[in-house]
Write a protein that binds this ligand. Structure first.
Ligand code: ACO
Length: 376
């Protein structure tokens, strides 16, 4: 029986499995996908290349990349029954709930893709291609707009902007969104990826694993933090109010979203990259309001609590400058992380062992059962 001292609350520092997909050096502030530093990937690659890297363990050749891009374009369309189902769901639902429900429903329409095993790569590509279309369909429907026209020539990043905003991004916007997709694509055994791997480890199917992951990502301590950061900025309003608002929250033991991380003990390298893009976007738009507020929030939180920013701190500012509404921030995270979730599920199928930790029992033992009629 495990001792109380054996309990690792939140599974902190527990090494649960071996993986080749992603390495986080929390002390040096480094993030590596399949051997490649995130800073190189963010500067020089594209989301499609990164998805290939995560799934196949190597960068694609030019032909392999072209094939993957055309495959992802072909897989973007929604089946009519799913489109009708989304239309029948409440228009005021949150997009994360729509995404979770839609992936679950899609499993019923595409049973072949959901079978566990190496063939799940087809399902991985399908889900990565279709998530932006699900989001775009729902977002347009709640605005009373007709469904999207397919645009197979657009890159994954440009298609995401088109699906959500019904316009093509500028070159800078497409690059920023691509960087966001690259930075969010994987992060080792984060909570949602762990949820996906636990589901897959029971030999359940890929779509079920991704459904579990979406439900896990939506929590504000995980992917939901980016939306809350923008709520904080709305509350703060101006740089001269940062001290007062942030210190007040800390005094009330409230968490400041976008700060702190289970693994990073220094700055999250994704935050470093996104801070720069937030500044560039702000300069391009002639609007450095969010950037300046966030810089001041960083200063106060670090001084008061010694905490560093995580990936969620700056992503919302970039999406807001693009004109994307806050309830789509976490779904965009999902549209990227799906590449990582599915890579981990494929890895899990190749080296499968049921994930089933144990608990230190702290309840009673040997109570005497009293029939219901005799209980006081
Ligand atoms: N604001 C204020 N205090 C914080 C924060 C924060 N953002 N993060 C941690 N702390 C404090 C806790 O209150 C706690 O203080 P205490 O010991 O005085 O009680 C201490 O730091 C340790 O906190 P834990 O929750 O035990 O640390 P954990 O490793 O579990 O936290 C987490 C990681 C959940 C990300 C946390 O830092 C947090 O809640 N951050 C805000 C939410 C957020 O930004 N989430 C996104 C993370 S990145 C991602 O998922 C994509």
């Amino acid at each position: 029986m495990p001792e109380a001292s054996d309990v690792q609350r939140g599974l902190e520092d527990v090494v649960a499995l071996e993986s080749r997909i992603c390495f986080i050096d929390g002390r040096q502030g480094r993030l590596i996908y399949q051997g490649y530093d995130i800073r190189d990937l963010a500067a020089r690659s594209t989301f499609e290349e990164v998805a290939y890297l995560l799934w196949y363990g190597r960068l694609p050749s030019a032909q392999q990349l072209a094939d993957l891009k055309s495959r992802l374009s072909e897989l973007r369309a929604l089946p009519d029954p799913l489109a009708r189902q989304i239309d029948a769901l409440p228009a005021d639902a949150t997009p994360m709930d729509i995404l979770r429900t839609a992936v679950s429903a899609l499993a019923l329409l595409e049973p072949e893709e959901t079978k566990p095993g190496a063939s799940s790569i087809g399902g991985a590509q399908r889900l990565t291609a279709v998530l932006p279309t699900i989001l775009g369909h729902f977002h347009r429907r709640r605005a009373g707009k007709p469904a999207l026209r397919p645009r197979p020539e657009l890159s994954a990043a440009a298609y995401l902007v088109y699906a959500l905003l019904d316009r093509e991004p500028t070159e800078l916007e497409a690059k920023v969104v691509d960087v966001c997709l690259i930075l969010h694509a994987d992060h080792e055994l984060n909570a949602s990826t762990f949820a996906a791997r636990v589901t897959a480890s029971t030999l359940s199917d890929l779509y079920s694993a991704v459904t579990s992951a979406i439900g896990t990502l939506k929590g504000p301590l995980h992917g939901g933090a980016n939306e809350r950061v923008m709520e904080l900025l709305a509350e703060i309003q101006s740089v001269d109010r940062v001290e007062e608002v942030v210190k007040g929250k800390l005094a009330r033991h409230e968490r400041i979203m976008g700060f702190g991380h289970r693994v990073y003990k220094v700055e999250d390298p994704r935050a470093t990259i996104l801070r720069e893009w937030s500044r560039r976007m702000g300069e391009e738009e002639g609007n450095l309001h969010y950037y300046e507020l966030l810089r001041k929030v960083e200063e106060v939180v670090h001084r008061e609590k010694g905490l560093y920013p995580n990936v969620d701190l700056y992503s919302g500012s970039v999406y807001s400058l693009l004109g994307i509404p806050p309830d789509l921030f976490t779904p965009i995270f999902a549209a990227s992380r799906v590449a990582g979730w599915t890579a981990h599920v494929l890895e899990e199928y190749q080296d499968l062992r049921l994930i089933r930790p144990t608990a230190k029992y702290v309840g009673a033992i040997d109570l005497t059962y009293v029939p219901v009629g005799q209980r006081s």
